[in-house]
Design a protein around this ligand. Structure first.
Ligand code: ADP
Ligand code: ZN
Length: 220
């Protein structure tokens, strides 16, 4: 089991990076807790009903709910796969539980890619973001426009704007990130796992940096 974590504020491009790596040789499994939660909400499951209000307000869903989802999905997943965690862990409690859970599987975190992103870039990205209802691929009205407006390039699905991508909720998500998630940067830095990247440099060159790092550790 290989484990890579994508860490960064909302709008730092975690999903876009994961999307590009998914088709790659490494065959990474995109493990995005936000996508999982949105799926639970749209299926009106018990977890979805519990999570919906927090997500609408841009607050974190309680740790115990997240941990339940993560454990269930890891149990059901391929134990030999390479995992790309996107949006998880987001709190120290979640980070501790991830370490424990991985240790129980004889695995550990290989890299944590931190996507540093200026605030004005975050706001511009999130307010213009459009997401595919069918496959979850991300687009942007001006930065990454789809070939046909409102239609996903990858699967032809319908594009929509997430409910939490409005200015008020975005401001709250950023505040929550600063308060609860940012401290994970120093945790992983101290463990020697952190790779800091400038997310505001164009997808191609960002991916080249990530690929180089992943290649350098092929033995791991
Ligand atoms: P973004 O990174 O753009 O904010 P996500 O799709 O990762 O978007 O998350 C959307 C929402 O889902 C979050 O605002 C939060 O309410 C909830 N969420 C996702 N992952 C977690 C997590 N690991 N812990 C708590 N809440 C989460
Ligand atoms: Zn699609």
């Amino acid at each position: 089991m290989k484990v890579v974590i994508l860490l960064g504020p909302p709008g730092s491009g975690k999903g876009t990076v994961a999307e590009r790596l998914r088709g790659d040789k490494g065959g990474y499994v995109h493990f995005a807790t936000g996508d999982m939660l949105r799926e639970e909400v749209s299926n009106s499951t018990a977890v979805g009903q519990e999570a919906e209000g927090f997500m609408k307000r841009g607050e974190l869903v309680p740790d115990e709910v997240i941990i339940r989802i993560v454990e269930t999905r890891l149990e059901a997943g391929d134990p030999t796969a390479a995992y790309l965690f996107d949006g998880f862990p987001r709190t120290l409690v979640q980070a501790d539980l991830l370490d424990e859970s991985l240790a129980g599987r004889g695995a550990k975190i290989d890299y944590v890619f931190f996507l540093a992103t200026p605030r004005d870039v975050i706001l511009q990205r999130l307010t213009g973001r459009r997401v595919c209802k069918a496959c979850g691929a991300s687009f942007h009205v001006t930065n990454i426009p789809p070939a046909v407006e409102g239609v996903c390039d990858a699967c032809g699905g319908e594009l929509y704007q997430r409910k939490d991508d409005n200015e008020e909720t975005i401001a709250n998500r950023l505040e929550v990130y600063n308060r609860q998630t940012e401290s994970l940067i120093s945790r992983y830095e101290e463990k020697g796992l952190l790779v800091s990247l400038d997310s505001d440099q164009g997808v191609a060159s960002l991916m080249a940096e990530i690929d180089a790092k992943l290649q350098s550790g092929v033995d791991a």
